[in-house]
Design a protein around this ligand. Structure first.
Ligand SMILES: [Zn+2]
Length: 160
């Protein structure tokens, strides 16, 4: 038989994330060349969880429902249902769900093995524009400031 395989996306467990749902379809199916994640984000929620850039990785967001605003270094790019946006490598960005209804978004990125992100956000503890490191604590991710080590945020799977 072939190695083709499938998964029920909505039934996957949620990855720790600040959105209502994040389904790591790539991990579930074992993709090796590209990343594929499905998000459901309530208005105001961020995808993923900080302003960041990928040095050698391009990302495409396809908005199925709702709307996003992609905050870039030189402005905000609105992306509404039916539209897709490409974020090239080295492009500092943060996507945020906006409007009245949850955004449903497919995010595809490649190459998968260089999906490491450089976070550039002000640390609430020391004020540095710092990267974040994370540790796994049970089902949660605990994010720390790379400059001072302060715990910045705890991301939980869910909330549903
Ligand atoms: Zn700090």
């Amino acid at each position: 038989m072939s190695d083709a395989r499938k998964v029920a996306v909505e039934a996957l467990p949620d990855a720790p994330n600040p959105t209502r749902h994040k389904k790591e379809v790539d991990e579930a199916l074992g993709t090796t060349a590209f990343g594929f994640n499905y998000y459901v984000a309530d208005p105001g929620q961020r995808l993923p969880w900080a302003t960041h850039r990928h040095p050698d990785h391009e990302e495409l967001f396809y908005v199925l429902e709702g709307a996003l605003e992609v905050e870039l270094a030189d402005g905000v790019l609105p992306v509404t249902a039916g539209e897709a946006v490409l974020v090239p490598p080295e492009t500092t960005n943060l996507a945020r769900a906006v409007g009245e209804t949850p955004a449903r978004v497919v995010a595809v990125g490649a190459p998968k093995d260089s999906d490491g992100a450089v976070i550039e956000e002000e640390c609430p503890a020391c004020g540095a524009e710092s990267d974040r490191s994370y540790a796994v604590d049970g089902d949660d991710y605990v994010l720390s400031c790379a400059a001072c080590g302060a715990t910045v945020e705890r991301l939980t799977p869910g909330p549903e």
